[in-house]
Write a protein that binds this ligand. Structure first.
Ligand SMILES: [Zn+2]
Length: 228
């Protein structure tokens, strides 16, 4: 685990291949995801800021909810409830957020953008003031998991297309995996890759992930891990 300060009011915490974020405003601070191996994200956040701390999860996958039990309540898209409570067997009270919702940290307003596809309730967080998009898993240059029952490539592609109208509002993307940071010009590359996969134009390599047979499409800009 490594804590890296990005600017006066933003930190990233690197946790064994996944990263999560702490953003502070003048009134409160927000953890965006709570780690994988780490189970003391609240304690980490409290060591960095002296403000009330709330938690938001970009989605319910197990590598993003490691410290959720430290919080009574957490913001999440309710489309993620089945993944979070049923598949991942997590607990706690979800405070539902949906597309366009705002969370004001005090002189720092964050906007929720729903990006279904990787999971049904994946969300990104737009920090217009700092011109940053915190993207979760859908926008990154590492491995994008698209295999298994909850994931849907058509929805993913629609989400990328939807992001086009937000391009005037951010210059930098903070993803949960892969390189940090990435640039918005990654988005059209992912879009093209998703289109090619859906059109059946890429052959891909067969592989196995924890006993599941998958297909890996390396589009250069990222890898898509898909059903065979
Ligand atoms: Zn992830």
């Amino acid at each position: 685990m490594e804590i890296i300060q990005i600017d006066d009011t933003t930190w990233r915490i690197e946790d064994s291949g996944v990263r999560f974020f702490l953003l502070s405003g003048t009134q409160k601070a927000l953890l965006i995801d709570s780690g994988m191996q780490v189970h003391n994200a609240r304690e980490i956040a409290e060591s960095l800021v002296s403000l009330p701390i709330e938690l938001l999860n970009t989605h319910g996958d197990i590598d993003h909810v490691g410290s959720n039990r430290e919080f009574d309540r957490f913001y999440m898209n309710p489309a993620e409830a089945s993944n979070y409570y049923h598949t991942q067997k997590q607990t706690g009270t979800m405070v539902p957020v949906s597309d366009g919702d705002k969370i004001d940290l005090g002189e720092r307003e964050l906007e929720i953008i729903t990006l279904p596809g990787h999971t049904p309730g994946s969300i990104a967080v737009l920090d217009r003031k700092n011109r940053v998009l915190i993207s979760g898993d859908p926008i990154q240059d590492g491995s994008i998991f698209m295999f298994g029952i909850q994931r849907e490539m058509h929805a993913y592609l629609l989400s990328l297309e939807k992001l086009e109208r937000y391009l005037p509002y951010f210059d930098t993307i903070y993803p949960s995996h892969g390189s940090f940071p990435v640039k918005p010009d990654l988005i059209p590359l992912l879009q093209e890759g998703a289109k090619q996969i859906l059109a059946g134009n890429l052959s891909g390599d067969t592989a196995e992930f924890h006993g599941t047979k998958i297909k890996v499409y390396d589009i250069g800009a990222a890898k898509f891990l898909c059903d065979q």
